[in-house]
Design a protein around this ligand. Sequence first.
Ligand code: ATP
Ligand code: MG
Length: 536
Amino acid sequence: MYYQNKIWIGETDGQKVCILPEMANRHGLIAGATGTGKTVTLKVLAESFSDAGVPVFLADIKGDLSGMCRPGADSADMKERIQDFGLADCGFCYQAYPSVFWDIFGKTGIPLRTTISEMGPVLLSRLMGLNPTQTDILTVLFKIADDQNLLLIDTKDLKAMLQYVGENSSELSLEYGNISRQSVTAIIRHVVSLESQGGEQFFTEPAFNISDWFAQGAGGKGCINILDCRELVHNGTLYSAFLLWMMSELFETLPEVGDLDKPRMVFFFDEAHLLFQDISKALLDKIEQVVRLIRSKGVGIYFITQNPRDIPDSILGQLGNKIQHALRAYTPSDEKNLKAAADSFRPNPAFQTRKILTELGTGEALVSVLDEDGIPGMVQKCRILPPQSLMGSISDQDRELEVKKNNLYLKYQDMVDRDSAYEFLQRKSQQDAIELARQKQAETEARAAEKESQQKAKAVEKEAQQKAREAEKEAQKRTRAITSGISNAAKTAGSTIGREMGGQLGKSLGGSFGKKLGSNLGASLGRSILGNFLKF
Ligand SMILES: Nc1ncnc2c1ncn2[C@@H]1O[C@H](COP(=O)(O)OP(=O)(O)OP(=O)(O)O)[C@@H](O)[C@H]1O
Ligand SMILES: [Mg+2]
Protein backbone atom coordinates (compact mmCIF):
# COMPACT_ATOMS: atom_id res chain seq x y z
CA MET A 1 0.00 0.00 0.00
CA TYR A 2 1.30 3.47 -0.84
CA TYR A 3 1.11 5.38 2.38
CA GLN A 4 2.71 8.70 3.25
CA ASN A 5 4.87 8.48 0.12
CA LYS A 6 6.26 5.12 1.10
CA ILE A 7 5.78 1.58 -0.17
CA TRP A 8 4.18 0.13 2.92
CA ILE A 9 4.57 -3.65 2.92
CA GLY A 10 3.83 -4.78 6.48
CA GLU A 11 4.19 -4.32 10.18
CA THR A 12 6.46 -5.45 12.93
CA ASP A 13 5.43 -4.91 16.55
CA GLY A 14 3.03 -2.16 15.51
CA GLN A 15 5.73 -0.43 13.41
CA LYS A 16 5.25 0.08 9.69
CA VAL A 17 7.82 -1.59 7.45
CA CYS A 18 8.26 0.31 4.18
CA ILE A 19 10.44 0.33 1.11
CA LEU A 20 11.61 3.83 0.40
CA PRO A 21 10.53 4.78 -3.14
CA GLU A 22 13.92 6.37 -3.80
CA MET A 23 15.55 3.04 -2.96
CA ALA A 24 13.09 0.92 -4.93
CA ASN A 25 15.36 1.00 -8.00
CA ARG A 26 17.99 -0.93 -5.98
CA HIS A 27 16.08 -4.06 -6.90
CA GLY A 28 14.68 -6.75 -4.66
CA LEU A 29 13.98 -10.37 -3.86
CA ILE A 30 10.84 -12.10 -2.61
CA ALA A 31 11.60 -15.69 -1.62
CA GLY A 32 9.91 -18.48 0.33
CA ALA A 33 8.60 -22.02 0.21
CA THR A 34 5.51 -22.79 -1.81
CA GLY A 35 2.27 -21.32 -0.48
CA THR A 36 3.94 -18.97 2.02
CA GLY A 37 2.63 -15.77 0.38
CA LYS A 38 5.22 -14.67 -2.21
CA THR A 39 2.73 -13.87 -4.98
CA VAL A 40 0.50 -11.94 -2.58
CA THR A 41 3.52 -9.92 -1.45
CA LEU A 42 4.32 -9.22 -5.11
CA LYS A 43 0.77 -7.94 -5.58
CA VAL A 44 0.98 -5.72 -2.51
CA LEU A 45 4.20 -4.19 -3.86
CA ALA A 46 2.86 -3.82 -7.42
CA GLU A 47 -0.28 -2.07 -6.14
CA SER A 48 1.81 0.31 -4.07
CA PHE A 49 3.98 1.24 -7.05
CA SER A 50 0.88 1.72 -9.17
CA ASP A 51 -0.62 3.96 -6.47
CA ALA A 52 2.61 5.94 -6.54
CA GLY A 53 2.15 6.43 -10.30
CA VAL A 54 4.93 3.99 -11.17
CA PRO A 55 4.14 1.57 -14.03
CA VAL A 56 4.80 -2.06 -13.38
CA PHE A 57 5.59 -5.14 -15.47
CA LEU A 58 4.68 -8.59 -14.17
CA ALA A 59 5.77 -11.88 -15.74
CA ASP A 60 2.78 -14.05 -14.86
CA ILE A 61 3.94 -17.64 -14.88
CA LYS A 62 0.93 -19.26 -13.23
CA GLY A 63 -1.82 -16.97 -14.46
CA ASP A 64 -2.67 -15.96 -10.86
CA LEU A 65 -1.89 -12.26 -11.29
CA SER A 66 -4.86 -11.43 -13.50
CA GLY A 67 -7.05 -10.68 -10.47
CA MET A 68 -5.30 -7.32 -10.17
CA CYS A 69 -7.82 -5.83 -12.58
CA ARG A 70 -10.65 -6.58 -10.10
CA PRO A 71 -11.31 -5.27 -6.58
CA GLY A 72 -10.44 -7.67 -3.76
CA ALA A 73 -13.17 -9.88 -2.29
CA ASP A 74 -14.21 -9.46 1.31
CA SER A 75 -13.76 -12.42 3.65
CA ALA A 76 -13.46 -13.11 7.38
CA ASP A 77 -9.70 -13.44 7.04
CA MET A 78 -9.45 -10.16 5.15
CA LYS A 79 -11.66 -8.38 7.68
CA GLU A 80 -9.39 -9.58 10.46
CA ARG A 81 -6.26 -8.40 8.67
CA ILE A 82 -7.76 -5.02 7.85
CA GLN A 83 -8.67 -4.70 11.52
CA ASP A 84 -5.25 -5.84 12.79
CA PHE A 85 -3.32 -3.46 10.57
CA GLY A 86 -5.74 -0.59 11.14
CA LEU A 87 -5.95 -0.32 7.38
CA ALA A 88 -9.37 1.32 7.22
CA ASP A 89 -7.90 4.51 8.68
CA CYS A 90 -5.06 4.52 6.17
CA GLY A 91 -7.19 4.59 3.04
CA PHE A 92 -7.29 0.83 2.34
CA CYS A 93 -10.18 -0.08 0.04
CA TYR A 94 -10.87 -2.98 -2.27
CA GLN A 95 -10.02 -1.67 -5.69
CA ALA A 96 -9.12 -2.72 -9.22
CA TYR A 97 -5.81 -1.63 -10.75
CA PRO A 98 -5.35 -0.45 -14.33
CA SER A 99 -4.12 -3.68 -15.87
CA VAL A 100 -2.98 -4.36 -19.41
CA PHE A 101 -2.73 -7.97 -20.51
CA TRP A 102 -0.02 -9.00 -22.95
CA ASP A 103 0.69 -12.27 -24.69
CA ILE A 104 3.40 -13.04 -27.20
CA PHE A 105 1.10 -15.58 -28.86
CA GLY A 106 -1.73 -13.02 -28.95
CA LYS A 107 -4.24 -15.43 -27.39
CA THR A 108 -4.76 -14.14 -23.86
CA GLY A 109 -3.44 -10.65 -24.23
CA ILE A 110 -2.43 -7.88 -26.59
CA PRO A 111 0.19 -9.33 -28.95
CA LEU A 112 3.71 -8.37 -28.04
CA ARG A 113 6.07 -8.36 -30.99
CA THR A 114 9.36 -7.08 -32.19
CA THR A 115 11.28 -7.24 -35.46
CA ILE A 116 14.43 -9.06 -36.47
CA SER A 117 16.18 -5.76 -37.15
CA GLU A 118 15.26 -4.39 -33.73
CA MET A 119 16.66 -7.53 -32.16
CA GLY A 120 19.88 -7.03 -34.12
CA PRO A 121 22.62 -9.51 -35.07
CA VAL A 122 24.33 -9.56 -31.67
CA LEU A 123 21.27 -10.50 -29.61
CA LEU A 124 20.04 -12.90 -32.26
CA SER A 125 23.39 -14.65 -32.32
CA ARG A 126 23.39 -14.92 -28.54
CA LEU A 127 19.85 -16.17 -28.56
CA MET A 128 20.52 -18.85 -31.16
CA GLY A 129 23.87 -19.77 -29.61
CA LEU A 130 25.83 -19.05 -32.81
CA ASN A 131 29.60 -19.54 -32.87
CA PRO A 132 31.90 -16.57 -33.68
CA THR A 133 32.08 -17.39 -37.42
CA GLN A 134 28.30 -17.67 -37.68
CA THR A 135 27.91 -14.47 -35.67
CA ASP A 136 30.19 -12.67 -38.14
CA ILE A 137 28.11 -13.94 -41.05
CA LEU A 138 24.89 -12.78 -39.39
CA THR A 139 26.43 -9.35 -38.84
CA VAL A 140 27.49 -9.21 -42.51
CA LEU A 141 23.98 -10.30 -43.53
CA PHE A 142 22.50 -7.32 -41.68
CA LYS A 143 25.01 -5.06 -43.44
CA ILE A 144 24.11 -6.49 -46.87
CA ALA A 145 20.41 -6.04 -46.13
CA ASP A 146 21.12 -2.47 -45.08
CA ASP A 147 23.21 -1.75 -48.19
CA GLN A 148 20.45 -3.11 -50.40
CA ASN A 149 17.66 -1.37 -48.47
CA LEU A 150 16.05 -4.66 -47.53
CA LEU A 151 13.95 -4.70 -44.37
CA LEU A 152 14.48 -7.56 -41.94
CA ILE A 153 11.21 -7.83 -40.08
CA ASP A 154 10.25 -11.44 -39.58
CA THR A 155 11.92 -14.86 -39.63
CA LYS A 156 10.83 -15.26 -43.28
CA ASP A 157 12.99 -12.24 -44.12
CA LEU A 158 15.91 -13.65 -42.19
CA LYS A 159 15.67 -17.03 -43.92
CA ALA A 160 15.24 -15.47 -47.37
CA MET A 161 18.30 -13.27 -46.77
CA LEU A 162 20.31 -16.26 -45.57
CA GLN A 163 19.35 -18.20 -48.71
CA TYR A 164 20.25 -15.24 -50.90
CA VAL A 165 23.60 -14.80 -49.18
CA GLY A 166 24.28 -18.55 -49.41
CA GLU A 167 23.41 -18.72 -53.13
CA ASN A 168 25.52 -15.67 -53.95
CA SER A 169 28.30 -16.33 -51.49
CA SER A 170 31.09 -16.23 -54.10
CA GLU A 171 30.23 -12.77 -55.41
CA LEU A 172 29.32 -11.36 -51.96
CA SER A 173 32.51 -12.76 -50.42
CA LEU A 174 34.54 -10.50 -52.70
CA GLU A 175 32.91 -7.44 -51.14
CA TYR A 176 32.09 -8.52 -47.59
CA GLY A 177 34.71 -11.16 -46.82
CA ASN A 178 34.43 -14.90 -46.72
CA ILE A 179 30.87 -16.23 -46.40
CA SER A 180 30.87 -19.98 -45.91
CA ARG A 181 27.80 -21.71 -47.26
CA GLN A 182 28.08 -24.32 -44.51
CA SER A 183 27.80 -21.65 -41.82
CA VAL A 184 24.84 -20.09 -43.62
CA THR A 185 23.09 -23.48 -43.65
CA ALA A 186 23.79 -23.93 -39.94
CA ILE A 187 22.25 -20.51 -39.16
CA ILE A 188 19.15 -21.41 -41.20
CA ARG A 189 18.73 -24.48 -38.98
CA HIS A 190 18.81 -22.28 -35.87
CA VAL A 191 16.24 -19.91 -37.37
CA VAL A 192 13.92 -22.83 -38.17
CA SER A 193 14.19 -24.01 -34.59
CA LEU A 194 13.42 -20.49 -33.33
CA GLU A 195 10.37 -20.38 -35.61
CA SER A 196 9.08 -23.68 -34.28
CA GLN A 197 9.10 -22.23 -30.75
CA GLY A 198 6.84 -19.34 -31.73
CA GLY A 199 9.43 -17.00 -33.26
CA GLU A 200 7.08 -16.43 -36.18
CA GLN A 201 4.57 -14.75 -33.87
CA PHE A 202 7.12 -12.78 -31.88
CA PHE A 203 9.17 -11.45 -34.79
CA THR A 204 6.67 -9.51 -36.82
CA GLU A 205 4.90 -6.17 -36.97
CA PRO A 206 3.50 -3.97 -35.56
CA ALA A 207 6.51 -3.95 -33.28
CA PHE A 208 5.85 -3.13 -29.66
CA ASN A 209 6.91 0.29 -28.49
CA ILE A 210 8.23 -0.04 -24.97
CA SER A 211 7.01 3.42 -24.10
CA ASP A 212 3.50 1.92 -24.08
CA TRP A 213 4.42 0.26 -20.80
CA PHE A 214 5.08 3.58 -19.21
CA ALA A 215 1.51 4.71 -19.49
CA GLN A 216 -0.57 5.81 -16.54
CA GLY A 217 -4.12 4.71 -15.85
CA ALA A 218 -7.06 6.54 -14.34
CA GLY A 219 -6.25 8.74 -11.33
CA GLY A 220 -2.55 8.85 -12.22
CA LYS A 221 -2.01 5.23 -11.22
CA GLY A 222 0.85 3.40 -12.94
CA CYS A 223 -0.38 0.75 -15.36
CA ILE A 224 0.16 -2.86 -14.39
CA ASN A 225 1.37 -4.71 -17.48
CA ILE A 226 0.81 -8.43 -17.10
CA LEU A 227 2.56 -10.73 -19.56
CA ASP A 228 1.02 -14.17 -19.79
CA CYS A 229 4.00 -16.48 -19.48
CA ARG A 230 2.09 -19.74 -18.94
CA GLU A 231 2.88 -20.99 -22.43
CA LEU A 232 5.95 -18.89 -22.96
CA VAL A 233 8.04 -20.47 -20.18
CA HIS A 234 7.79 -23.81 -21.96
CA ASN A 235 9.47 -22.28 -25.01
CA GLY A 236 12.89 -21.61 -23.51
CA THR A 237 14.42 -19.96 -26.58
CA LEU A 238 11.47 -17.67 -27.13
CA TYR A 239 11.25 -16.71 -23.47
CA SER A 240 14.96 -15.89 -23.57
CA ALA A 241 14.44 -13.97 -26.82
CA PHE A 242 11.75 -11.88 -25.22
CA LEU A 243 13.75 -11.16 -22.08
CA LEU A 244 16.91 -10.36 -24.03
CA TRP A 245 15.02 -8.01 -26.26
CA MET A 246 13.13 -6.38 -23.40
CA MET A 247 16.24 -5.78 -21.33
CA SER A 248 18.21 -4.38 -24.25
CA GLU A 249 15.29 -2.22 -25.29
CA LEU A 250 14.92 -0.80 -21.81
CA PHE A 251 18.58 -0.25 -21.58
CA GLU A 252 18.87 1.51 -24.92
CA THR A 253 15.65 3.50 -24.71
CA LEU A 254 15.79 4.89 -21.22
CA PRO A 255 18.04 7.84 -20.48
CA GLU A 256 20.40 7.94 -17.51
CA VAL A 257 18.58 9.67 -14.67
CA GLY A 258 20.61 8.78 -11.59
CA ASP A 259 18.60 8.42 -8.39
CA LEU A 260 15.01 9.61 -8.65
CA ASP A 261 12.51 10.08 -5.82
CA LYS A 262 10.69 7.02 -7.16
CA PRO A 263 11.44 4.53 -9.95
CA ARG A 264 10.30 5.10 -13.54
CA MET A 265 9.18 1.50 -13.77
CA VAL A 266 9.43 -1.71 -11.77
CA PHE A 267 9.68 -5.26 -13.15
CA PHE A 268 8.62 -8.38 -11.26
CA PHE A 269 9.65 -11.85 -12.38
CA ASP A 270 7.57 -14.44 -10.49
CA GLU A 271 8.81 -18.04 -10.36
CA ALA A 272 12.27 -16.75 -11.26
CA HIS A 273 13.80 -20.21 -10.74
CA LEU A 274 12.22 -21.05 -14.12
CA LEU A 275 14.00 -18.08 -15.60
CA PHE A 276 17.42 -19.12 -14.35
CA GLN A 277 17.24 -22.87 -14.75
CA ASP A 278 19.02 -24.00 -17.94
CA ILE A 279 19.64 -20.34 -18.72
CA SER A 280 22.05 -19.66 -21.57
CA LYS A 281 25.28 -17.89 -20.69
CA ALA A 282 24.26 -15.10 -23.07
CA LEU A 283 21.01 -14.39 -21.25
CA LEU A 284 22.60 -14.67 -17.82
CA ASP A 285 25.32 -12.19 -18.81
CA LYS A 286 22.69 -9.84 -20.15
CA ILE A 287 20.47 -10.03 -17.05
CA GLU A 288 23.51 -9.51 -14.87
CA GLN A 289 24.58 -6.49 -16.90
CA VAL A 290 21.11 -4.98 -16.96
CA VAL A 291 20.52 -5.49 -13.23
CA ARG A 292 23.86 -3.80 -12.58
CA LEU A 293 23.34 -0.83 -14.85
CA ILE A 294 19.63 -0.18 -15.09
CA ARG A 295 19.31 1.25 -11.60
CA SER A 296 20.68 4.54 -12.86
CA LYS A 297 17.96 4.58 -15.51
CA GLY A 298 15.34 4.51 -12.79
CA VAL A 299 14.22 0.90 -13.19
CA GLY A 300 13.82 -1.57 -10.35
CA ILE A 301 13.81 -5.36 -10.87
CA TYR A 302 12.32 -7.79 -8.36
CA PHE A 303 12.80 -11.55 -8.55
CA ILE A 304 10.32 -13.90 -6.86
CA THR A 305 11.43 -17.46 -6.24
CA GLN A 306 11.25 -20.29 -3.72
CA ASN A 307 14.86 -20.21 -2.68
CA PRO A 308 17.38 -17.37 -2.87
CA ARG A 309 19.91 -19.87 -4.17
CA ASP A 310 17.81 -20.18 -7.34
CA ILE A 311 19.26 -16.78 -8.27
CA PRO A 312 22.88 -16.70 -9.45
CA ASP A 313 25.17 -15.05 -6.88
CA SER A 314 26.22 -12.29 -9.25
CA ILE A 315 22.60 -11.16 -9.44
CA LEU A 316 21.57 -12.02 -5.87
CA GLY A 317 24.27 -9.71 -4.51
CA GLN A 318 22.65 -6.76 -6.29
CA LEU A 319 19.16 -7.19 -4.82
CA GLY A 320 18.91 -4.57 -2.08
CA ASN A 321 15.37 -5.02 -0.70
CA LYS A 322 14.69 -8.52 0.60
CA ILE A 323 11.48 -10.18 1.72
CA GLN A 324 12.02 -13.76 2.83
CA HIS A 325 8.96 -15.89 3.58
CA ALA A 326 9.19 -19.17 5.44
CA LEU A 327 11.63 -21.84 4.32
CA ARG A 328 11.33 -25.53 5.11
CA ALA A 329 14.26 -27.69 6.12
CA TYR A 330 13.44 -31.30 5.33
CA THR A 331 16.68 -32.37 3.65
CA PRO A 332 20.42 -31.57 4.06
CA SER A 333 20.12 -29.49 0.91
CA ASP A 334 17.21 -27.53 2.47
CA GLU A 335 19.40 -26.98 5.56
CA LYS A 336 22.09 -25.48 3.34
CA ASN A 337 19.58 -23.21 1.63
CA LEU A 338 18.16 -22.13 4.98
CA LYS A 339 21.60 -21.24 6.30
CA ALA A 340 22.46 -19.31 3.13
CA ALA A 341 19.17 -17.36 3.32
CA ALA A 342 19.65 -16.56 7.01
CA ASP A 343 23.27 -15.49 6.51
CA SER A 344 22.27 -13.05 3.79
CA PHE A 345 20.50 -10.83 6.37
CA ARG A 346 21.95 -8.32 8.76
CA PRO A 347 21.27 -10.11 12.09
CA ASN A 348 18.76 -8.81 14.58
CA PRO A 349 19.80 -9.40 18.21
CA ALA A 350 16.11 -9.85 19.10
CA PHE A 351 15.87 -13.24 17.38
CA GLN A 352 17.73 -16.02 15.62
CA THR A 353 17.18 -15.47 11.90
CA ARG A 354 17.66 -19.12 10.95
CA LYS A 355 15.21 -20.39 13.54
CA ILE A 356 12.53 -17.80 12.78
CA LEU A 357 12.76 -18.56 9.05
CA THR A 358 11.27 -22.01 9.58
CA GLU A 359 8.57 -20.74 11.95
CA LEU A 360 7.03 -17.98 9.82
CA GLY A 361 3.32 -18.36 9.01
CA THR A 362 1.60 -17.65 5.70
CA GLY A 363 1.75 -13.95 4.92
CA GLU A 364 4.68 -13.44 7.30
CA ALA A 365 8.26 -12.72 6.27
CA LEU A 366 11.70 -11.64 7.36
CA VAL A 367 12.32 -8.29 5.76
CA SER A 368 15.37 -6.14 5.19
CA VAL A 369 15.07 -2.92 3.19
CA LEU A 370 17.60 -0.28 2.24
CA ASP A 371 17.65 2.87 4.35
CA GLU A 372 17.96 6.38 2.88
CA ASP A 373 21.72 5.86 2.59
CA GLY A 374 21.29 2.61 0.70
CA ILE A 375 22.44 0.52 3.67
CA PRO A 376 20.54 -2.76 4.26
CA GLY A 377 18.46 -2.48 7.41
CA MET A 378 18.52 -4.98 10.23
CA VAL A 379 16.28 -7.98 9.54
CA GLN A 380 12.76 -7.69 10.94
CA LYS A 381 9.98 -10.18 11.38
CA CYS A 382 7.01 -8.76 9.57
CA ARG A 383 3.36 -9.46 8.76
CA ILE A 384 2.62 -8.57 5.17
CA LEU A 385 -0.41 -6.45 4.27
CA PRO A 386 -3.24 -7.97 2.25
CA PRO A 387 -3.72 -6.75 -1.30
CA GLN A 388 -6.55 -4.40 -2.29
CA SER A 389 -7.21 -6.16 -5.58
CA LEU A 390 -8.50 -9.68 -6.10
CA MET A 391 -6.07 -12.34 -4.89
CA GLY A 392 -6.85 -15.05 -7.43
CA SER A 393 -7.28 -14.93 -11.18
CA ILE A 394 -10.18 -13.90 -13.40
CA SER A 395 -12.02 -16.09 -15.92
CA ASP A 396 -10.84 -16.39 -19.53
CA GLN A 397 -13.95 -14.55 -20.75
CA ASP A 398 -13.36 -11.65 -18.37
CA ARG A 399 -9.77 -11.54 -19.44
CA GLU A 400 -10.76 -11.39 -23.09
CA LEU A 401 -13.08 -8.47 -22.36
CA GLU A 402 -10.27 -6.70 -20.51
CA VAL A 403 -7.90 -7.24 -23.44
CA LYS A 404 -10.31 -6.00 -26.07
CA LYS A 405 -11.43 -2.89 -24.26
CA ASN A 406 -7.87 -1.57 -24.10
CA ASN A 407 -6.90 1.06 -26.69
CA LEU A 408 -3.56 -0.62 -27.21
CA TYR A 409 -5.40 -3.68 -28.50
CA LEU A 410 -6.51 -1.67 -31.53
CA LYS A 411 -2.94 -0.63 -32.13
CA TYR A 412 -1.41 -4.09 -31.92
CA GLN A 413 -4.20 -6.61 -32.59
CA ASP A 414 -3.59 -7.20 -36.31
CA MET A 415 -0.36 -8.59 -37.56
CA VAL A 416 1.02 -6.68 -40.52
CA ASP A 417 3.19 -8.40 -43.10
CA ARG A 418 4.60 -5.52 -45.04
CA ASP A 419 6.87 -5.60 -48.04
CA SER A 420 10.30 -6.58 -46.78
CA ALA A 421 13.35 -8.67 -47.68
CA TYR A 422 11.38 -11.90 -48.21
CA GLU A 423 8.88 -10.34 -50.61
CA PHE A 424 11.61 -8.43 -52.46
CA LEU A 425 13.82 -11.49 -52.87
CA GLN A 426 10.84 -13.57 -53.92
CA ARG A 427 9.96 -11.06 -56.60
CA LYS A 428 13.60 -10.90 -57.65
CA SER A 429 13.85 -14.66 -57.98
CA GLN A 430 10.54 -14.74 -59.90
CA GLN A 431 11.83 -12.04 -62.24
CA ASP A 432 15.12 -13.89 -62.61
CA ALA A 433 13.20 -17.07 -63.42
CA ILE A 434 11.06 -15.23 -65.98
CA GLU A 435 14.18 -13.67 -67.52
CA LEU A 436 15.88 -17.06 -67.60
CA ALA A 437 12.83 -18.65 -69.22
CA ARG A 438 12.69 -15.77 -71.70
CA GLN A 439 16.36 -16.24 -72.56
CA LYS A 440 15.87 -19.98 -72.96
CA GLN A 441 12.83 -19.42 -75.15
CA ALA A 442 14.76 -16.94 -77.29
CA GLU A 443 17.65 -19.40 -77.60
CA THR A 444 15.27 -22.23 -78.53
CA GLU A 445 13.56 -20.03 -81.10
CA ALA A 446 16.89 -18.91 -82.53
CA ARG A 447 18.04 -22.50 -82.75
CA ALA A 448 14.77 -23.52 -84.45
CA ALA A 449 15.01 -20.62 -86.93
CA GLU A 450 18.60 -21.51 -87.76
CA LYS A 451 17.67 -25.13 -88.25
CA GLU A 452 14.80 -24.15 -90.51
CA SER A 453 16.96 -21.86 -92.62
CA GLN A 454 19.60 -24.57 -92.85
CA GLN A 455 16.93 -27.02 -93.96
CA LYS A 456 15.63 -24.55 -96.50
CA ALA A 457 19.12 -23.90 -97.85
CA LYS A 458 19.69 -27.63 -98.08
CA ALA A 459 16.41 -28.12 -99.91
CA VAL A 460 17.24 -25.30 -102.34
CA GLU A 461 20.69 -26.76 -102.90
CA LYS A 462 19.26 -30.21 -103.37
CA GLU A 463 16.74 -28.88 -105.86
CA ALA A 464 19.45 -26.98 -107.70
CA GLN A 465 21.62 -30.10 -107.78
CA GLN A 466 18.69 -32.12 -109.01
CA LYS A 467 17.96 -29.54 -111.70
CA ALA A 468 21.63 -29.46 -112.66
CA ARG A 469 21.69 -33.21 -112.86
CA GLU A 470 18.56 -33.21 -114.98
CA ALA A 471 19.94 -30.45 -117.20
CA GLU A 472 23.19 -32.36 -117.64
CA LYS A 473 21.28 -35.50 -118.46
CA GLU A 474 19.20 -33.54 -120.93
CA ALA A 475 22.30 -32.00 -122.41
CA GLN A 476 23.96 -35.40 -122.66
CA LYS A 477 20.84 -36.76 -124.26
CA ARG A 478 20.79 -33.93 -126.73
CA THR A 479 24.50 -34.31 -127.44
CA ARG A 480 24.03 -38.00 -128.02
CA ALA A 481 21.09 -37.27 -130.31
CA ILE A 482 23.07 -34.69 -132.23
CA THR A 483 26.09 -36.95 -132.38
CA SER A 484 24.10 -39.87 -133.69
CA GLY A 485 22.27 -37.56 -136.13
CA ILE A 486 25.53 -36.21 -137.48
CA SER A 487 27.02 -39.67 -137.58
CA ASN A 488 24.10 -41.00 -139.58
CA ALA A 489 24.18 -37.96 -141.84
CA ALA A 490 27.92 -38.38 -142.18
CA LYS A 491 27.49 -42.02 -142.96
CA THR A 492 24.92 -41.19 -145.61
CA ALA A 493 26.91 -38.28 -146.86
CA GLY A 494 30.11 -40.38 -146.84
CA SER A 495 28.41 -43.19 -148.79
CA THR A 496 27.06 -40.77 -151.33
CA ILE A 497 30.30 -38.91 -151.75
CA GLY A 498 32.27 -42.16 -151.76
CA ARG A 499 29.96 -43.73 -154.28
CA GLU A 500 30.27 -40.68 -156.49
CA MET A 501 34.00 -40.74 -156.16
CA GLY A 502 34.12 -44.57 -156.60
CA GLY A 503 31.87 -44.27 -159.66
CA GLN A 504 34.22 -41.80 -161.14
CA LEU A 505 37.10 -44.07 -160.18
CA GLY A 506 35.36 -47.22 -161.62
CA LYS A 507 34.66 -45.39 -164.78
CA SER A 508 38.25 -44.72 -165.01
CA LEU A 509 39.03 -48.37 -164.24
CA GLY A 510 36.42 -49.56 -166.72
CA GLY A 511 33.41 -51.88 -166.81
CA SER A 512 30.71 -52.65 -164.27
CA PHE A 513 33.07 -54.40 -161.90
CA GLY A 514 35.10 -51.32 -161.84
CA LYS A 515 32.01 -49.18 -161.17
CA LYS A 516 30.83 -51.45 -158.28
CA LEU A 517 34.22 -51.62 -156.68
CA GLY A 518 34.68 -47.93 -157.13
CA SER A 519 31.27 -47.20 -155.56
CA ASN A 520 31.73 -49.52 -152.42
CA LEU A 521 35.25 -48.40 -151.88
CA GLY A 522 34.21 -44.77 -152.17
CA ALA A 523 31.28 -45.19 -149.66
CA SER A 524 33.40 -46.91 -146.99
CA LEU A 525 36.18 -44.39 -147.39
CA GLY A 526 33.70 -41.52 -147.19
CA ARG A 527 32.19 -42.96 -143.91
CA SER A 528 35.60 -43.41 -142.42
CA ILE A 529 36.74 -39.92 -143.24
CA LEU A 530 33.56 -38.25 -141.92
CA GLY A 531 33.47 -40.57 -138.92
CA ASN A 532 36.98 -39.55 -137.91
CA PHE A 533 36.20 -35.95 -138.61
CA LEU A 534 33.20 -36.03 -136.29
CA LYS A 535 35.19 -37.81 -133.56
CA PHE A 536 37.74 -35.17 -133.93
N1 ATP B 1 -0.31 -11.02 2.91
C1 ATP B 1 -1.34 -11.86 2.81
N2 ATP B 1 -2.55 -11.45 3.17
C2 ATP B 1 -3.61 -12.27 3.05
N3 ATP B 1 -3.52 -13.55 2.63
C3 ATP B 1 -2.33 -14.00 2.28
C4 ATP B 1 -1.18 -13.20 2.34
N4 ATP B 1 -0.13 -13.91 1.94
C5 ATP B 1 -0.60 -15.12 1.63
N5 ATP B 1 -1.91 -15.19 1.82
C6 ATP B 1 -2.77 -16.38 1.56
O1 ATP B 1 -1.92 -17.45 1.20
C7 ATP B 1 -2.25 -17.97 -0.06
C8 ATP B 1 -0.98 -18.41 -0.80
O2 ATP B 1 -0.22 -17.26 -1.08
P1 ATP B 1 0.62 -17.12 -2.41
O3 ATP B 1 -0.13 -17.59 -3.55
O4 ATP B 1 1.12 -15.74 -2.43
O5 ATP B 1 1.79 -18.12 -2.10
P2 ATP B 1 3.09 -18.36 -2.97
O6 ATP B 1 4.24 -18.32 -2.05
O7 ATP B 1 3.12 -17.47 -4.10
O8 ATP B 1 2.88 -19.85 -3.46
P3 ATP B 1 3.49 -20.57 -4.71
O9 ATP B 1 4.91 -20.86 -4.38
O10 ATP B 1 2.69 -21.80 -4.81
O11 ATP B 1 3.32 -19.65 -5.84
C9 ATP B 1 -3.00 -16.86 -0.72
O12 ATP B 1 -3.93 -17.36 -1.65
C10 ATP B 1 -3.70 -16.18 0.42
O13 ATP B 1 -4.91 -16.81 0.74
MG1 MG C 1 3.18 -17.74 -6.19
